[in-house]
Every structure is written in C-alpha cells, then in structure tokens.
Design a protein around this ligand. Structure first.
Ligand SMILES: NC(=O)c1ccc[n+]([C@@H]2O[C@H](COP(=O)([O-])OP(=O)(O)OC[C@H]3O[C@@H](n4cnc5c(N)ncnc54)[C@H](O)[C@@H]3O)[C@@H](O)[C@H]2O)c1
Length: 390
C-alpha cells in the first residue's frame, strides 16, 4: 500500500487552503504553492486564525503542532518530495494542463497527481501528462474542512488500483469518499442541477414567486435552504457557470439548460449575497416580499422539483456514474439533502414518481422532461431501489 507522507497543494485559494487544513490536521507535512505571493500570505494568515480559534474552542489540542506542518512556497520544485499533489487553481483547462505538465517534471515518479476541478474532464487534464495513470480527480466541497463528501474521479487512463488507494486515504482524513465516473458534474453537480433549474423554470413560468418557491422547498420539501437563497449564497458567477458548463459538456441536453433570469443577474453584477443583491436584496433596510403560504401550491412545487431530482439520480445510476450507495451519500453529505433521492423515490413509490415525470412530459412535450429508462423500468412494476442491486 502506497504511503502518503507529504502532501502538496497547488493554489492557496478557498479550496486549496481548506484542503491544506484537512491534510495537516490528519498529520501530514503540507506544502502550499501559489504563483501569487499575496494569496499565499493570506492563506497562511487564515489557517493560523482558524486553527487558533479551533484550539481556543477546545476542538483541537494544539494549533502550533498543526501549523508547524505547513510550508508556503513560491517555487514549484519545492513540491518535489511530495507523495500526493492536489491542484486547486483557477478552473481553466489550458492552465490546469500546463500546471500538470510542469508538475510531472518535478514530482517523484510515484507521486499521485490530483485535481480538485468541479467541472473539467480529468481525462483531458491527465492527457497533458506522460504518465497519465497517476492522475486522478479528488473533488472536495466548500468549505473543505466542514464538508465530509469527497468525489474520487478516475480518468480513463488512471491506474485501476488508484481510486481504492485514495479512498482509503480520504477515510483516514475522516471524509466520506465516493467514486464517480469522469462525466460532467461527476455526481453532485449533475444530480443537483434540477434543484436550481426546475425552480427557475417554475419562477419563469409564473407558477410562483421566488419567496414562495423557497418556502415550498424548505417547509414542505425539507431542504435546509431554498433554491434561490442557495443560488444567491453560492453566487451567480459560480452557480450559473457550473450550469452552463454542465449543459455544454452534455452536448446541450435540454435537461441542463441554463436560465435567462439567472444569466441577467450575472450580467448586471447582481451576484447574490457577496454583491449585496441577487434574487433577493441584502441591503439592511430592504423589505422582502412574503411567501404565499398556500399548502397545495407548495406541495406542487416541491413535488415537481423533487421528481426532477429523483429522475436525475436514477439516470445517474442507470448510466453507472456511481453506485447506488455512493449516489445517496453524495447528495446527503455533499449538499445536505434531507434524504437520499433513491430512498425518496422508494418512499413516494417509483410508479408515482414515474407518473409525475410523464405528466410533466405530456404537458410540455420537451425532452427535458423525459423519464430515465431505469425509472420507467422500476416504476412500471413499482419496484424499490432498496430491494435492488446497485
Ligand atoms: N469554490 C468552490 O466552491 C469549489 C468547490 C469545489 C471545487 N472547486 C474547484 O477548486 C479549484 C479552486 O477553486 P477556488 O474556489 O479555491 O479558487 P480561488 O480563486 O479561491 O483560488 C485559486 C488560487 O489559485 C492560484 N492560481 C491560479 N493560477 C495558478 C497557477 N497557474 N499556479 C499556481 N497557483 C495558481 C490563485 O492565485 C488563487 O490563489 C477550481 O478548480 C474550482 O473549480 C471550487
């Protein structure tokens, strides 16, 4: 079994800093590299502050012990002794490929090279390397120290034993690892698309306003945050770009079609919470419109969005993107859904979910509302996922 002693992190931003904290807290020596000296200094300061705070609260015994494991460096060659290097730089394929190509020249022969990309193809990143079999995706969620889920994504060139090795390492880091096929959005960013997309569609059709849809999804659906509150929180620059990338990467499948309402917010610079305005106004004296707390309307909204989410999860299972257990774990640990979507399907009845999908299809006659082949198979005999083999 490969030993991972020193970990290298490329990119000292939000994700790089978080992953560095997780690795150092698990006992590794961690080298953080960034081309931007200010980003490095700010990462160092943030880590010191966070670890100090955790020590004060008694969550860790000693901040200094962990802080001493970090080295912040501006020369890539300083990562030459690392056993695993995780890249978390800007989401740009050409730049990532050039970094991987440079990395290969300085890394040890058996060093594993990983990318934290949210939306790019790991296979494409690996193609920049002469030894692509040691390249893999390790996708953490934000904030990395708090979010348990980690998606492990082997490229088609990746050594077949590597996903299992990385899974063990992630378990040692007290994470909840899942293995996903190298397809757009992996598990979470694929299956979660209708949470935003269908909410936007319901709003654009004038079925309900924004506060009402958010109310329906939290109060009736049981989600921690409504879709519009969540999009404002994530930021439209991030959320819209993920949707657009997934849509393009799926060869323009209408299931993932982005919305003009969100695109206009982005164009206006109304990015959500961080810019003070998005779907909601975050000014101190802003008056927000109350939700229309109509139970029948709320149930219709929540059921429509949940039906679309279930269909997406079932289709991911049908296309072998991940195992049944990993799809459930991904949505409960990665985006805190109240329950796994396949379990939800069982509870509602697969025949009922299929009927809802077919009703949407019959109404709109759009490919967006086509039921997954697996949902049709299961629904036609009201079969349960809990009783089936993944
Ligand atoms: N922010 C999220 O919610 C999130 C979640 C999961 C995955 N990701 C992915 O993680 C990666 C990083 O995202 P982030 O939000 O931490 O970005 P960020 O902008 O906070 O940080 C990126 C850092 O990379 C540095 N950098 C840029 N080009 C570099 C290069 N060529 N060499 C070395 N350093 C370089 C920048 O100076 C910056 O400090 C992206 O691939 C993103 O898709 C982000």
């Amino acid at each position: 079994m490969q030993q991972f002693k020193s970990i290298g992190i490329i990119g000292a931003g939000a994700m790089g800093g978080g992953i560095a904290q997780v690795a150092a807290s698990s006992g590794h020596k961690v080298w953080v590299y960034d081309t931007n000296k200010n980003a490095l200094a700010s990462c160092q300061q943030k880590l010191a502050d966070i670890l100090q705070k955790l020590a004060t609260k008694g969550r860790i015994p000693d901040a200094k012990e962990i802080l001493d494991r970090f080295s912040f460096v501006s020369d890539l060659a300083d990562l030459s002794d690392c056993d695993l290097i995780i890249e978390a730089i800007i989401e740009n394929l050409d730049i990532k490929k050039s970094v991987f190509s440079a990395l290969e020249k300085i890394a040890k022969p058996n060093c594993v090279l990983a990318s934290n990309t949210s939306s790019l193809s790991i296979t494409s990143i690996a193609s920049a390397c002469e030894k692509p079999e040691r390249v893999i995706g390790i996708h953490f969620f934000n904030p990395a120290p708090l979010m348990a889920l980690v998606e492990i994504i082997p490229a088609i060139q990746t050594d077949q034993s590597l996903p299992g090795t990385i899974k063990n390492l992630m378990l040692q880091w007290k994470k909840a690892p899942v293995i996903a096929k190298d397809t757009p959005g992996f598990i979470v960013n694929r299956v979660a698309r209708p949470f935003y997309g269908e909410a936007l569609r319901i709003y654009e059709e004038g079925i309900a306003d924004i506060p009402t849809i958010d109310w329906a999804m939290t109060e009736i659906g049981g989600f921690k945050m409504g879709p519009f509150t969540l999009m404002d929180y994530i930021g439209h620059d991030v959320n819209f770009v993920v949707t657009e990338t997934v849509f393009q990467s799926f060869f323009y499948d209408p299931r993932y079609k982005p919305s003009f309402s969100q695109k206009r917010l982005l164009e206006a610079g109304w990015l959500g919470r961080k810019s003070g305005k998005g779907f909601y106004d975050y000014a101190e004296n802003a008056i927000s419109k109350p939700a229309e707390k109509n139970e029948a309307l709320g149930k219709k909204i929540a059921e429509r969005i949940v039906t679309m989410l279930i269909n997406e999860a079932v289709d991911a299972l049908y296309l072998k993107i991940a195992s049944k257990e990993d799809i459930e774990l991904a949505m409960t640990k990665g985006v805190n859904y109240p329950k796994g979507l396949l379990q939800w399907c069982d509870e509602l009845g697969s025949d009922y979910v299929l009927a809802n999908m077919d009703q949407l299809y019959n109404t709109y006659h759009e490919d967006r509302y086509r039921a997954s082949v697996l949902l049709r198979e299961m629904g036609s005999v009201n079969a349960e996922f809990s009783a089936s083999v993944s």
